[in-house]
Design a protein around this ligand. Sequence first.
Ligand SMILES: [Zn+2]
Ligand SMILES: [Zn+2]
Length: 172
Amino acid sequence: MAQKPVLPRVILFVCESCQGRYSANYVREHKGSCGHCHGDSWTLKIAFTRPRKQFYEYFGVLGVAARLIFGSEDWDESQQYDFDFPGVCADNAFKICQVPYREQYRVLEYIKYRQQLDAEQQREAMIDRGGQVCSQCGALFVPIEDKPWTQAGYCSKVCFSQAFADFSQGHE
Ligand SMILES: [Zn+2]
Ligand SMILES: [Zn+2]
C-alpha cells in the first residue's frame, strides 16, 4: 500500500525582485509572475506540520538526497520546518499553482523535480572535474593516481576484477 504523502501545510512564494510574499492563489491569479513588480523568479518556501523525519521517510531513497540538500540536524517533533527553493521560474510557479487546491501535491512533485535537477548538476560538475564513467557499472568516478583501477577506467577494484572475469569467460 502506498504511503500517504505528507503534505506541506504552508506554501509561500517570495518574489526575488521585490521580496513580496504571496500565496499560491495570488501566483495563480498573476499567471506565475509577481503582480507587484512583474518579477518572474521566486523563492518557494514550504513548511510541514509533521516533522521533517516523516518527510524523508516518504521520499524514501530520495530522502537521502533531501538530507544532503536540507541538512540532517536532530529532529524536533514540535518544531515547524521550512524548506527554501530559490530560483523557481514563473512557468514552474504557475504550474505549481495552476489548479486550485492541488498546489500541495504539485509542490511535492516540484521537490522531486528539483532533486533530480540537483543530481544531474552534480553529475555534470563531476564530469567537469575530470570525472569518468566506469566501463563496468556506469558509475561516475574521478580517476586518482594512487588507485590504478581508476586509471584503467573502472570505479572500484570490484569492477576492475569483474571486467577481467567477463573477459576470460568470453574467451574460454
Ligand atoms: Zn515582485
Ligand atoms: Zn564500476
